[in-house]
Design a protein around this ligand. Sequence first.
Ligand code: AMP
Ligand code: ZN
Ligand code: ZN
Length: 409
Amino acid sequence: MKRLLIIAVLLCLNACTAESKKASNTVVDIVKPKPYVLLISLDGFRWDYVDKYKPEFLSEFAKKSAHLTSLRPAFPTKTFPNHLSIITGSYPENHGIVANRFYAPDLKKSYNIKESNAVTNADFYLRKPLWVIAEEQDMRTASYFWPGSEAAITGIYPSHYKTYNHNATHHERIEGILNWYKLPSSERPQLITTYFHDIDSAGHHFGQDSAELIAAINKVDDTIREMVSKVRLLDFEVNIVIVSDHGMVDYPAKNYEYLPTWLNDEYKVVATNPIVLIYDEGKSKRTLAETVAELNQQANHYQCYQYQDIPTKFNASKTNRIGDITCLTDKDWSIGFTGKTSKGNHGWSQFNTKDMDGIFYATGPAFKESFQLATVENVNIMPLLAQILGVDITTPIDGKLEIMKPLLK
Ligand code: AMP
Ligand code: ZN
Ligand code: ZN
């Protein structure tokens, strides 16, 4: 049967007229199915949660998947920088979303994930997400939430996207995605992204050993089971890629160091515990070097840098969107002005610990089964997904296909 189809395609390709081309494409579709990728982000799912809490479905999914020991986030290990790193294949210093809240001196505007004006303003986003490149190449894409998906980056949105609604039920997300998959082949998105906040929220509020975190993991586990089961019933195969943006760790509330109040008087300060971004507005009589020296002299558990001097391993020294001065905190410590902390957090260095690491589990026609690779950086995911989708990367990225390619069949 397959041989007959191939002969039919070859004959048709020879003799096709414009009118019959559509029919021949359908035959080609049967011979070589279109690739599909469903990218699911479980915010704050630490690399070891499957081993530690043994959620029923995800444990099985992980075991059978092509996976990484852990997924290393970019710096700072926060939600928006890392979702953009995953989908643009670039470090925050290059894709421009350097924190969940920051000031962009180049635009003279502030970014804040809670402000619709900011997240929908394409000017903040300096590299193209995979959905933009795919749409440019005439491939349909959709997003049931993903940082950046509500902005027309270089003028292009995903074909379908939703305004972020923290309270959208899991059921709504599953149904929305399945409805997109039920569209006719020509309109059906080949790349869909989606996102669940629950595990991150429980990790922040209730901590590692809480019943609430376990309940959130089990709730998400049930949702993923339902979504994956329904997607597997479709009459085309989908590569399902489950990732997280960073890990999570409990830390003591007493580990809090106050910043001096003069800092707030002399500079614009964005304190996004545990990193602090300090912008020069010409008000201080001190030079930036003097301010750095003054802060570091009194610091016990943090270290400040002029942004160009941030250690190169962080890939964070290219743009003063991260502050003219940036203060990084020792792991398990907080800094700021309020003394307010949470039970768990992330945002610290991703080096010398695995606590900030996330997950990467993938199944589907493109992936090997039950195959493990060592820890890699999340900027390498985008070229892997582009390869599966057959999208040419036409824009600069930092990730490399070779690094995760061994996961592919
Ligand atoms: P973080 O402070 O890094 O833990 O950020 C996590 C929070 O980011 C979640 O609780 C969500 O409320 C928020 N978030 C995630 N995705 C989006 C989005 N697409 N738009 C707005 N907020 C989002
Ligand atoms: Zn997050
Ligand atoms: Zn978080």
